[in-house]
Design a protein around this ligand. Structure first.
Ligand code: SAH
Length: 218
């Protein structure tokens, strides 16, 4: 048996344990739980960390960034897909591509922006290897959004701004929702903003811990 298969075998049990934990923490949508069960998170982290891939924690992915915690990925995925299949979704902060892989099959088309080119290239490769075909990637500053593709039915931020950039709200479709951690490190709250015409209705979804949304590209 190859080393890769070995991890696959162990992970079956540890994946079920993770699903159990997320269910206990209130993740209900079976489509979301299925994605967490089926996306091989160990392929998104360094081999040295693969044995910890199904723990419910963030892990380093290089360049000072982290792969999001499975609970948070599940929570954000639920928050954007609740009640249907959003047609066009913008993701800001591709990172290693894990959230991208979980979310993509639950939406029509996914547009994903990352400011660190080296991370983006590896994420693209993994998404291709998993046979996911409805994602378009861009190397750039996500706080600008993706104007040529607007409006989006949902926008999801995987990095925390101090305040939600107005440009992103402007790119939200009517009835669309934006989900983002907001606030300085150590004091961030997950927010969902729903657009109704010119009104933006905020909801608080609980405290979280994310890397900051940074300007420019690298
Ligand atoms: N969901 C990702 C999380 C990655 S961490 C995963 O599971 O891997 C957040 C990512 O946001 C980092 O890769 C960081 O480089 C990126 N980021 C931070 N500010 C950004 C910006 N302004 N535009 C695009 N990406 C940004």
């Amino acid at each position: 048996m190859s080393a890769g298969q070995g991890i696959g075998m162990t992970s079956l049990r540890t994946r079920e344990r993770l699903i159990q934990r997320l269910t206990e923490q209130g993740i209900r949508d079976p489509r979301v739980l299925d994605r967490i069960r089926n996306v091989p998170r160990h392929l998104f982290v360094d081999e040295a960390l693969a044995s910890r891939a199904y723990e419910d924690t963030a892990l380093p992915i290089g360049y000072g960034q982290t792969i999001s915690q499975p609970y948070v990925v599940a929570r954000m995925t639920e928050a954007v897909t609740v009640g249907g299949t959003p047609k066009k979704v913008l993701e800001i902060g591709t990172g290693c591509g894990y959230q991208t892989a979980v979310l993509a099959p639950l939406v029509g088309r996914l547009y994903s922006i990352e400011r660190i080119e080296a991370l983006l290239e590896r994420a693209k490769e993994r998404i291709r290897e998993l046979g996911i075909k409805n994602v378009k990637f861009k190397h750039g500053d996500g706080s600008e959004g993706w104007a040529s593709q607007k409006p989006f039915n949902a926008i999801l931020l995987a990095a925390a701004p101090h305040a939600i950039p107005q440009k992103l709200l402007d790119q939200l479709a009517d009835r669309g929702r934006l989900v983002a951690p907001v606030g300085p490190e150590g004091r961030q709250e997950l927010m969902r903003i729903t657009r109704r015409g010119d009104q933006f209705l905020p909801e608080r979804l609980g405290f979280v811990s994310f890397v900051p949304l940074l300007g420019g590209v690298s």
